[in-house]
Design a protein around this ligand. Sequence first.
Ligand code: PFF
Length: 460
Amino acid sequence: MSERETWATRAGFILAAVGSAVGLGNIWQFPFKTAQYGGATFLVVYLVAAFGIGLPAMLSEFVIGRKSNLNTISAFERLGYRQWRAAGIVGLLTGFWILSYYSVVGGWVLRYVGGSVTGAYFGDAGAYFGTISAGLPAVALHAVFMALVVGIVAFGIEDGIEKATKLMVPSILVILVALAVWAFTLPGSGPGYAYFLSPDLSQLRLTVGTTGSFPWVTFGGPLAEIIPFAVSQAFFSLSLGMGAMITYASYIDGDESLFGDSVTIVVFNSLIGILAGLVVIPLLFAQGAEPGAGGAGALFVSVASAFATIPFGRVVGFVFFLVVLVAALSSAISLLEVVVSYAVDNYAVSRPQVAAGLGAAIFVLGLPSAWDTAWLTWFDTLAYQLFLPLSVLGILVFTGWVFGRAAVDELLRGTGFGGGMGALWLWTVRTVVLLGVLLTLVLGLITLFGGPDPAIVPPL
Ligand code: PFF
């Protein structure tokens, strides 16, 4: 194995991690899932999950990566737990699965960059979206997006991406703030804010009941449906459970505070998601759309058609979708990079070969999603309700119960915190955080295989 690279600066690491985290998950998925699954109640559960579960889970991935200095599979072996490579493999496969349909949506964005220049979607964004989001046009766009990702990873123009990412974060903030302010001035957007920002606390209800037969426990109440989506949204958005953060942390060379880094990343990531919500949800209300009806097209129909009505709409639309494209690319390369670096480290293959081979495999896996958005929804549902919580659960069991004290020692390196803080982290990872993810997984599986009849669930 050749000498391993490291981040030149601490900022370089944070920036790359932010580049991986901030992507379609924040700008495309977060607003429409929030609109679909209960508005402000979803937002509350999402934020609790991002800080209460995502942050400790991110620290777990950082600890595994920095301590081992190895890719997401070999890392477990170097730490002395060979059989736990299974956890790395689950993460890698989850990333593969997600990238397959992520690339399809990336293709839509690519089309909208061009469509902004020509004004193609300005007449009827809904009809335009219908034409390009499925069938052959979507397959072709999916191929082009995947080819871009492969090209970047194969020929190592990460330098370019790193510079683009540096520009992306500030420009995304500026554009989203400007669009949010503009959305605020639209007649009819008012109820959107109530829907997004003022939670109905009576919705924060989870009931548990028992039955005499398998699966013995039943759940009810609004949270039973919100939790699997909101918690997994936090994982997706923070790039957790896919090996990405383990790999990125494995390039850290130094004693920086992992606490500080992850707080920065989670705050930034949440901020951009909320800003996107402040654009998309009021817009949906202003256009008189049912909040949940926008679905996967919310960004491409509602926001896009808004560009048709504002001054310099083509320029604004072009810049907006270009920034979304950079965000999508910087996230997608972090996923492909995980697998490519594993292969390059361990087998006698060249980087371009592996990148192209894996890219082709991911392209094929994404074909159903490109052909029909119903498949895309199914892939996304399975990722949320099964793969993501399962993968994060594995990481948490490993750091909390297997690696244990050694994980705490690694975590405290460079923080200046005393052992008390480490003990607290370990305790939460072992108990509440772990139980939260377990609950997410169980609820996800129940929703996946048909929920219980609410009538038979007695409240606690
Ligand atoms: N976090 C990215 C987003 O929110 O768009 C998606 C993603 C990137 C997921 C990288 C997973 C990953 F490893």
